[in-house]
Design a protein around this ligand. Sequence first.
Ligand SMILES: [Zn+2]
Length: 402
Amino acid sequence: MAEGNGASDKRIRLLPRSSPDYTPIAAAERERIATGRIDKPFGEGMLDGLNLLKESPDDPRTEMFGGNTPEQKRRNFITVWRVLLDGMHRQKSSKSWAENFFYEMATSPDIKDMPDNYVFSWNRSPDDFYSNFSTISFDSFEWMIERHVQNFYQAKEKVAEQLPELTNDFNSKLRRLSRELEFSLPDDFDKRIKDIDVALVDPLSNIKMWEHDGLYHPAARAVWVPYSWYGMDNLVITPSLFHEFVHHGAGSMSLILNDEVLDLKEGVAIPHQKTDKLSFEWMDEAITQDLTIAMYEGEFVHGGYSENMELLNMLIGKGKEVVPSNLFYSSYFEDYDPKRNAQNQFPHGRALRERIGRAYVPGFLSMVDRYVRDHGLPETIEQMNHDWRRIPPKFGMDAKAA
Ligand SMILES: [Zn+2]
């Protein structure tokens, strides 16, 4: 197609994350996420409803859950949130977050002020607290939700206060690593880390947080951290937060189509052409967690991805020659650069694929990735452990030929 072909061309643009043009798009994306009320704590909707009921008991919106008198309406309203919490306690994937809520209540400094006149002992487990849950009065449940909402907003302030120090700490730790392990960071790395947007999210009000210690939204350039009563005081959240910060620092390439963002490269992950899965996602998480752990210099870091890292280490060391690990890191942080030749847009990525091809057989990295997507990490690890030469024949290649 001819270049400069009028307005329609401008609708599709390839952009590095560092481009100033990207900023308004990220802001719009954040706005879109925020209007989905991701940053509201569980129960705030209930308190809003109860307020409305107090101020204008005849408002048609208060009829939503049935009941004739204001008190009936109030009880029905509260019951909805009780049932929601109970439901989350019964589901495996959200149980620990519901337990966290009961722990938060059981250890609340002002639990003595709870309206019910029996008082839970301070040392009760969340389970004990839960088993008494059904006997708690409507007033007490309202008290609990008020505490929870208040605690959430306090924690939010705390995170905002600590953020500049955390991002500084993160920046110096990762810069030190890049010198020690000899990999390059994006040119705008300092600015990128300074501008990081962190949203504290209550897992009880956001199903996406159930399975995660943290989430990164590339298009919005925003990190989500789960609110946890356990985590706020001693910052056990920091390693999870730093894991997400690493994602934020990763090199990227975005395709903008009519102001919608399509991430074409995020770290080493790229969208798979035919499925909605990502290619090299396992490796992207492996590198992210590997760097997070390296930043903590051997201290225990919770957060999983141990299989991902195991496979990454195998890929580095199990071939005919060792693949230098800094190639993985440099490739991870490599940004799209419009000044580079399209044939060699990601030189570190290319070098990585070539070195892996030399250590195994050409195209081996893609074969491993495909194998992970088809068979999962444990089986891929097993094959690599036994003999990596078992993998190429599955893709019609002779392992000895190379
Ligand atoms: Zn991750």
